[in-house]
Design a protein around this ligand. Structure first.
Ligand SMILES: C[S@@+](CC[C@H](N)C(=O)[O-])C[C@H]1O[C@@H](n2cnc3c(N)ncnc32)[C@H](O)[C@@H]1O
Length: 203
């Protein structure tokens, strides 16, 4: 079993570390690319599967991967309990290979696990595996000189530079970009994050 991130341990129990409420951003993605038969979604760093399972319930054909075996085990069992199927498997954002295309690709809270040397190949892969007119949603934690590193920051995580994410999609149609600072209580100690988000379309 991989012990590269703390998440393996955090996902061990029966409780869902991130809860079961789907991410708000999914409503925006559904509006931009509504489900029809065969509409395919990829969730990169799916955690315990709350978002992947929600998208399957909405009628998308969902693939999802995460580095943690516990996360994938719980994603599969959540799908089963909800009466849907997802293709969930263990893989690494740094090295994954996929030979199919998707209509929606999203990754939330995970891209900071990309090693610096894999960034360019990651964005090349994304371009290849997104269908024409498909949507990509990514958010990433960025550093600001006035914010401290969060107390539960993982040893493998790497803050990005503010705005860096957006530069990788200069040739795409930008649907939305933003940067927000928000308070978080994960790990039991209140702290702040700064996060950049992009929603864009391959045209
Ligand atoms: C902040 S959590 C977000 C989980 C999920 N997207 C959600 O919103 O519930 C970050 C996720 O990235 C996963 N992760 C960490 N390193 C990874 C890697 N190298 N490849 C794939 N997933 C990774 C962790 O296991 C964890 O589930």
């Amino acid at each position: 079993m991989s012990i590269r991130t703390n998440y393996e341990k955090w996902y061990e129990g029966d409780d869902y570390y991130w809860g079961l409420e789907p991410g708000d951003f999914l409503y925006e993605l559904i509006r931009l690319c509504p489900p029809s038969p065969g509409t395919k979604v990829l969730d990169i760093g799916c955690g315990e599967g709350k978002d992947a399972v929600y998208m399957a319930e909405k009628g998308y054909k969902v693939s999802a991967f995460d580095l943690t075996e516990n996360g994938i085990r719980k994603s599969v069992s959540l799908a089963k309990n909800r009466g849907v199927e997802i293709n969930a498997y263990v893989d690494d954002i740094n090295t994954f290979e996929i030979n199919e295309q998707f209509d929606i690709i999203y990754s939330t809270g995970t891209v900071q696990y990309l090693f610096e040397e894999n960034k360019d190949s990651f964005f090349e892969k994304l371009e290849k595996i997104t269908r024409r007119n498909g949507i990509v949603y990514i958010n990433v934690f960025v550093e600001k000189p006035f914010l401290e590193l969060p107390p539960d920051w993982d040893k493998e995580e790497k803050m990005w530079r503010s705005g860096e994410l957006f530069t990788h999609f200069a040739d795409w149609k930008i649907e939305r970009i933003d940067e927000i600072i928000f308070e978080d209580n994960s790990g039991g100690i209140p702290h702040y994050h700064c996060m950049d988000t992009i929603v864009c379309r391959k045209v």
